[in-house]
Design a protein around this ligand. Structure first.
Ligand code: PEP
Length: 263
C-alpha cells in the first residue's frame, strides 16, 4: 500500500523569521516522532521544500520531527564552474532528503526542457537523494486534447536512464499548469484519470509492479476545502502544495484531510 505523501513547496516566499515560525507551527501540529499526532505520522508522509538559502536552517528546525526537507530545484551537473547552481551533493550535505525537478515554473517560466529535467533527476538519484518529478499540461494542451501525449513525453524523457531499482526513490507529481496558483484545481476525476494514465505509461516503461508501487501526487490549487476530495480520489497518493503550504493552519488541514479519507 502506497503511503500518502504531502509536500509543501514554498517557492520564493517567506523570510528567515517567517520560515522558522512556520517550521515551529508545523512541528507542533504534526508532532515529534514519538509524539501525539500518530494519525498523521502513520498515514501521511510530510515534507517541505524551502528556498535553497534556508534549507540548512529548516532541516535543523525540523530535526526530531517526521517532516522531511527537500529542495525546489537542483543543478544538472556534479560540480564545477556553473555560477548560480546548487549540486545534489550540496543538498545532501545540508540534510535535504529530496529535490523537486521539472516544476512547471522551471519548465514554463525558465524554459527548462525534458533533457535538462532528466539530467537534474539523474544527478539527484546519483547523490543518493529522492526526487519528485513534476509533469503537467498547459491549458492550451488540455484544450487541444494533448494532455496524455504531453505527460507521457515528460514522464518518459524525465525517467530516461533510470534503473527500475531507483524508482523507489522517485515520486511523480501531476501538476496541470492551468491549475497551479490559479485557484482552479483539477477535479478529483480529472486528476484520477491522468494518474491512471501515468501508471499505464510507467507499466509500459518498466512493469506493472513498478507502476503500482509509484507514489503519484496531485498538485494545483490544493487547499483545505478541496484536499479531502482530491486525496480521496483513486490513484491520487498525495499532494504537492504551493500557496496553501505557506500557512501552518491550511497545510495542517490538508494533512488532516489526508488522514481522514480512506485509501
Ligand atoms: C505548486 O507550486 O507545485 C503548486 C501546486 O502550487 P499551488 O498549490 O499554489 O497551485
Amino acid at each position: 500500500m502506497r503511503k500518502r505523501f504531502v509536500a509543501g513547496n514554498w517557492k520564493m516566499n517567506l523570510e528567515r523569521r517567517s520560515a522558522l515560525a512556520l517550521c515551529a507551527a508545523l512541528k507542533d501540529g504534526v508532532g515529534a516522532k514519538s509524539g501525539a499526532s500518530v494519525a498523521v505520522q502513520s498515514t501521511v508522509r510530510v515534507a517541505v521544500a524551502p528556498p535553497f538559502v534556508y534549507l540548512a536552517e529548516v532541516v535543523r528546525a525540523l530535526e526530531g520531527s517526521v517532516i522531511s526537507v527537500g529542495a525546489q530545484d537542483v543543478g544538472d551537473r556534479v560540480s564545477g564552474a556553473f555560477t548560480g547552481e546548487v549540486s545534489a551533493a550540496m543538498l545532501k550535505d545540508v540534510g535535504a532528503h529530496f529535490a523537486i525537478v521539472g516544476h512547471s515554473e522551471r519548465r514554463h517560466v525558465y524554459g527548462e526542457g525534458d533533457v535538462l529535467t532528466n539530467q537534474k533527476l539523474l544527478r539527484t538519484l546519483e547523490a543518493g537523494l529522492e526526487v519528485i518529478l513534476c509533469v503537467g499540461e498547459t491549458l492550451a494542451e488540455r484544450q487541444g486534447k494533448q494532455t496524455e501525449s504531453v505527460v507521457a513525453r515528460q514522464l518518459t524523457k524525465g525517467l530516461a536512464s533510470v534503473a527500475r531499482a531507483d524508482l523507489a526513490r522517485v515520486t511523480l507529481a501531476y501538476e496541470p499548469v492551468w491549475a497551479i496558483g490559479t485557484g482552479q484545481n483539477a477535479t478529483p476525476e480529472q486528476a484520477s484519470q491522468v494518474h491512471q494514465y501515468l501508471r499505464g505509461v510507467l507499466s509500459g516503461l518498466y512493469d506493472e509492479g513498478a507502476a503500482e508501487g509509484l507514489t503519484i501526487q496531485y498538485g494545483g490549487s490544493v487547499a483545505a476545502n478541496n484536499a479531502a476530495a482530491i486525496l480521496g480520489a483513486p490513484d491520487v497518493d498525495g499532494a504537492l502544495v504551493g500557496g496553501a503550504s505557506l500557512k501552518a493552519e491550511t497545510f495542517l488541514s490538508i494533512l488532516a484531510a489526508g488522514t481522514l479519507v480512506p485509501r
